[in-house]
Design a protein around this ligand. Structure first.
Ligand code: ZN
Length: 240
């Protein structure tokens, strides 16, 4: 850690600089975070869309099978009609038995197919409900994404306004502080949201609200170099 000489003048200007920067940094961090939030929302929406595609495939599959079964039932009814005719025309016991067997087989097929259709309808019903839920969720995520995009535009405009409002004031302030102090500050400012130098109030770091240990506190009061908060790492100063 480099040793910085921090004059009272530098400190006053730094505090003013921090006040300006904390507002700018807040907007900048928001601009960084919003695209991440959008990405997360898009990931969920994509997962939901994929789920809908899988549901549609299954619906298609079941609908095909249903058609097959309906055809099978139709054919089986025809088979029953034929079996009845055969039975009526039977010339011997063997023909008669054969006709009865055919009719029994067809009836069995109809029962099995009807059962399968019932199961298909049940599954289709739950798939359609699931699909509706997924579509609602996609729409909700799309609304949220649009809102976040609006927020980005608003934040960008606010940042632009802030910078215009400042004019060259920030630059002027920076030029008046010792370069090594500015360098140190610039390096740390994002880490601490703009507040690198914070006052010690009632023996407490006002950056993280932790109590300052005695050793650090007496060093601070004596004004012997820079004192870091052992908890958050910010640089402390005493308000006199
Ligand atoms: Zn602290």
């Amino acid at each position: 850690m480099l040793m910085l000489e921090l004059s009272k003048e530098d400190l006053e200007k730094l505090i003013e600089l921090q006040k300006i920067d904390s507002k700018i940094i807040k907007l900048e961090l928001k601009l960084k975070e919003l695209p991440r939030e959008i990405k997360r929302l898009e990931e969920v929406a994509t997962a939901r869309r994929n789920k809908i595609a899988r549901i549609d495939e299954r619906i298609e599959e079941l609908s095909e099978r249903r058609k097959e079964l309906e055809k099978l039932i139709n054919d089986s009814y025809k088979q029953i009609e034929e079996a009845k005719k055969k039975k009526a025309k039977a010339k011997n016991l063997e023909d008669y038995k054969e006709a009865i067997k055919l009719k029994a087989e067809a009836e069995k097929k109809i029962i099995a197919a009807t059962k399968e259709i019932e199961a298909i309808l049940k599954e289709l019903n739950s798939l359609f409900r699931e699909r509706e839920r997924m579509e609602e969720s996609v729409a909700e995520h799309e609304r949220k994404i649009a809102k976040k995009r609006e927020e980005i535009a608003k934040t960008e405009a606010a940042l632009q306004r802030k910078l215009e409002e400042l004019g060259g004031y920030r630059e002027k302030l920076v030029s008046e502080i010792s370069p090594e102090v500015v360098e140190f500050y610039e390096e740390k400012k994002y880490e601490f949201g703009g507040n690198v130098f914070v006052p010690a109030q009632n023996r407490t770091c006002s950056g993280c609200l932790m109590q300052i240990p005695s050793a650090q506190y007496s060093k601070l009061l004596k004004g012997e170099g820079l004192v870091h908060c052992p908890n958050c790492g910010r640089i402390l100063y005493v308000v006199k």
